[in-house]
Ligand binder design. Structure first.
Ligand SMILES: [Zn+2]
Length: 380
């Protein structure tokens, strides 16, 4: 048994000031105010030193961090993000990889599964997105028609590790791919991303309709409508769909998504349907001059945005700064919602009896002080 004492325990519906949390093995057993919880005599005491103890972050969309790609060096990349409080990760290869590189990425990730406990699978950003949207669009190797031999090889190689495929509904010949992806992994989720699809095109997906929007308000487009009126595309579709989750990148200066739009997103979707992602990447490209002072962005060779250098704790800090949301709400967006969207909400994503003890200890500006993974405090 372990007892975390002297912490503020962040629950889905509030905070227990000066709480105690009991853990047995890898599971949360109980929690409450320090005056109300009986600590077993033989329990190991962990002093939270007045920090907030929240559910470990779940980053479903992360390409890499430091010099490590999550799909080339997943063990090293996952360790880096673990230090920053991310206890569940989906490694995210994207449309920039060619066919052979995708196959190799799937092999490397499969090999790492189980070697590092916070690696939970794959979020495949593409290849069947709209090649006109996103970083390095001019180098997108997936402009040719969707080909059965290729998608079958990709889906087979990804197997059950893949949790999410991001797709653009306007891609011609998409249906056989969707059908095959669902057949090989019945639990797979589709995400709407790098797309200019109309709400009608998205609705036409029927039983394959997306549950998540890939980075809301980034790399999306709208078909032109009558001059001077507002177009409608993936962002507007997601705003309208009450059950759909919207991923969002919240960087320090609100460049990916302006604070006004972040506020609009939370207002429209509600705090229970927004998923913070880092979309963190590894990039050697220099920043354009006017953005050189911002240290959490990455750019492509054309000076376009190419993901971030965020870790999830910083994304939480930023969303609080830009929207005035509270710590418990930031945890809902960084941990609870992504776990629920993946269908893993019964195991991880919030502090409840019976759930896995994946926890992060932070101060009030989200500096990570300690991380617990599966009931063990991590040593770095
Ligand atoms: Zn993207």
């Amino acid at each position: 048994m372990k007892a975390i004492v002297n912490g503020n325990i962040v629950l889905e519906n509030g905070i227990i000031w000066d709480g105690v949390l009991l853990i047995d093995g890898n599971k949360i057993v109980s929690f409450g105010k320090s005056a109300d919880v009986q600590i077993p005599e033989n329990a190991d005491i962990i002093d939270a030193e007045g920090t907030y103890v929240g559910p470990g972050f779940v980053d479903i969309h992360v390409h890499g961090g430091q010099t490590y790609q999550t799909y080339e060096n997943p063990v090293e990349a996952c360790r880096f993000f673990l230090q920053n409080g991310t206890t569940s990760i989906l490694a995210t290869p994207s449309y920039g990889r060619n066919f052979q590189e995708f196959l190799e990425a799937f092999r490397v990730i499969d090999d790492a599964m189980g070697k590092v406990k916070n690696l939970k699978g794959i979020y495949c950003e593409g290849p069947y997105t709209n090649p006109n949207y996103g970083a390095c669009a001019d180098r997108n190797p997936w402009r040719h028609p969707i080909c059965e031999k290729e998608y079958k090889a990709l889906v087979d190689a990804a197997g059950k590790n893949v949790k999410v495929w991001a797709i653009a509904p306007e891609r011609e010949g998409l249906f056989p791919f969707l059908e095959y992806a669902r057949k090989v992994n019945p639990d797979v989720i589709f995400a709407l991303g790098h797309s200019e699809a109309t709400p009608m095109q998205i609705c036409a997906l029927g039983k394959y309709k997306p549950k998540i929007q890939t980075h809301s308000m980034c790399a999306t487009g709208r078909l032109p409508v009558f001059g001077g009126t507002r177009g409608y595309g993936p962002d507007e579709y997601c705003f309208r769909e009450p059950d759909m989750f919207a991923e969002v990148i919240s960087d320090s200066c609100g460049i990916h998504v302006h604070p006004t739009m972040l506020q609009l997103l939370i207002h429209t979707k509600g705090v229970h349907r927004v998923i913070l992602i880092t979309d963190s990447t590894v990039s050697q490209e220099a920043s354009p001059q006017e953005y050189a002072h911002i240290d959490d962005l990455n750019f492509d060779h054309n000076g376009g945005l190419s993901g971030s250098k965020l870790t999830m704790n910083l994304a939480c800090r930023n969303i609080m700064a830009h929207t005035n949301c509270g710590i418990a709400q930031a945890f809902i967006m960084a941990s609870t919602n992504p776990a629920k969207a993946l269908g893993m909400g019964d195991e991880i994503g919030s502090i409840e009896a019976g759930k896995i003890a994946d926890l992060v200890f932070v101060n009030d500006r989200f500096d990570v002080k300690q991380v617990m993974l599966g009931g063990e405090i991590c040593k770095f």
